[in-house]
Design a protein around this ligand. Structure first.
Ligand code: HAM
Length: 430
């Protein structure tokens, strides 16, 4: 290829690389998520990164920004219309219906997922086009205590990572009857002045007036503030349901603020909706969004089944950790590093290295033909607990010098005993 045609290819806009020095933090976060899910008895589900476009049109709702503006849609070679998943709930519900998980005795089905989602949004701090969600879904129970459990799981997760500046915001969107009454009130409220609103809102008026409250362009219009509040339209049973959720949170000592304007950007919600806000570089941002979605399973072809869940992104969590000055410990330390002098010792080092690893030790050696001093520096960068030194003399005696990097002590250890010796030192905490 000619020199001038070799252009530098850059990462797509709105995406990022997690570099080797950064991945330990991601692993720590993911590991914490898995541990907390195990405590609450949620099991992992893994669904494809792409699904039929219809799934999100029907699931997330075709009047939402996500479906109208943000989906990565494409046709595959078989002319199927597919979409990179913008969120996880619709896929989990599809899998629940497709595999008839509702027929299993183990109900509710409690699942979690960690993986990339894709939305064509304007990239900014805490908003990327590929982002990683950790989410959970509990399908099959309409006990209000499970709404509280879902919220408690999210709070426990953040607390286990040391976050303190969290604010839980709560609302209820009620049952279908409450929603219908509220919908009519919203239409009556906005209709006379709908000409002053953006085109999206004009289209939403009859289709889904609740979406107007979530509009990013018109959020300062005076009619927004005076819009009828869902709380005034809740039926008695929806109100009772919400009281039960609040009571459970009170009992658990989880504090919250009520916000009747919290409508969320996806169509499937009813009853409880919530967001957890955190601070990111001074501004408050939504770290987590979730709620109940009782009609979604039947909308996607399954039997009438209630559901509730949340999702949060690791990108926003990292910003919140930064603001609260929390650095997660990386566990990248090596057990030992082998430093060798000369070709023959280098070969022996490779064999011993293999044996150490077979014995379950985290070990490495120099591959850059460094001088001994530089090899020790590399061992330091890898936070090695021990350094094994092999030179001509050691080869002859079949013994290595073993240096304990914590206290600087040295001793001679036979090659064949190295693995056991180091393991016993590590297990006795030396
Ligand atoms: P969502 O509010 O669209 O809800 O997204 C949940 C969380 O994902 C947000 O609170 C935010 O932390 C993160 N997030 C969304 N978009 C981006 C982005 N472009 N960049 C970085 N982070 C982002 C859902 O996705 C629902 N499926 C949640 C749910 C599960 N409801 C019930 N079950």
């Amino acid at each position: 290829m000619k020199e001038e045609t070799r252009l530098l290819i850059q990462i797509p806009r709105g995406t990022y690389d997690v570099l080797p020095d950064e991945s330990a933090v991601w692993q720590k976060i993911e590991e914490t998520a898995r541990k907390v899910c195990a405590l609450f008895n949620y099991k992992e589900i893994r669904t494809p990164l792409f699904e039929s476009t219809d799934l999100f049109q029907r699931g997330v709702g075709d009047t939402t920004d996500i479906v109208q503006k943000e989906m990565y849609n494409f046709k595959d070679r078989g002319d199927r219309s597919l979409t990179l998943r913008p969120e996880g709930t619709a896929s989990v519900v599809r899998a629940f219906v497709e595999h008839k998980l509702y027929g299993l005795p183990n109900q509710p089905a409690k699942v979690y997922y960690i993986g990339p989602m894709f939305r064509y949004e304007r990239p900014q701090s805490g908003r990327t086009r590929q982002f990683t969600q950790f989410g959970i879904e509990a399908l099959g129970s309409q006990d209000p205590s499970i709404d509280a459990e879902v919220i408690a799981l999210a709070m426990t997760f953040y607390q286990s990572l040391g976050l303190k500046k969290l604010k839980l915001v709560l609302n209820s969107l009620g049952d279908p009857e409450s929603r219908e009454a509220h919908r009519n009130a919203l239409i009556a409220h906005f209709k006379p002045s709908i000409g002053e609103f953006c085109e999206d809102c004009q289209n939403r008026l009859e289709k889904n007036p609740l979406r107007i409250l979530d509009c990013k362009k018109d959020h300062n219009h005076p009619l927004m503030e005076t819009a009828p509040s869902i709380i005034d339209y809740l039926t008695d049973s929806a109100r009772d349901y919400f009281s039960h959720v609040k009571e459970m949170l009170d009992e658990m000592g989880i504090t919250y603020e009520l916000d009747p304007t919290l409508v969320r950007g996806l169509d499937y919600y009813n009853h409880t909706t919530f967001e957890i806000m955190g601070s990111s570089k001074g501004a408050i941002t939504t770290l987590t969004g979730g709620g109940r979605y009782n009609g979604l399973v039947s909308e996607l072809g399954g039997p009438e089944t209630p559901g509730v869940g949340f999702a949060l992104s690791i990108e926003r969590l990292l910003l919140a950790l930064e603001v609260e000055n929390i650095s997660l410990q990386s566990e990248g330390a090596l057990d030992c590093f082998i430093s060798s002098i000369g070709d023959e010792a280098g070969k022996k080092a490779s064999v011993i290295l293999y044996e150490l690893r077979q014995a379950g030790l985290r070990a490495d050696k120099d591959y850059m033909d460094r001088k001994v001093k530089a090899q020790f520096k590399q061992a330091d960068r890898d936070h090695a607990k021990f350094v094994i030194v092999i030179g001509d003399e050691e080869l002859e005696q079949q013994k290595a010098v073993l240096k304990n990097m914590a206290d600087g002590t040295q001793e001679q250890v036979a090659f064949v005993s190295l693995a056991d010796f180091i393991k016993s030192k590590i297990s006795s905490g030396v």
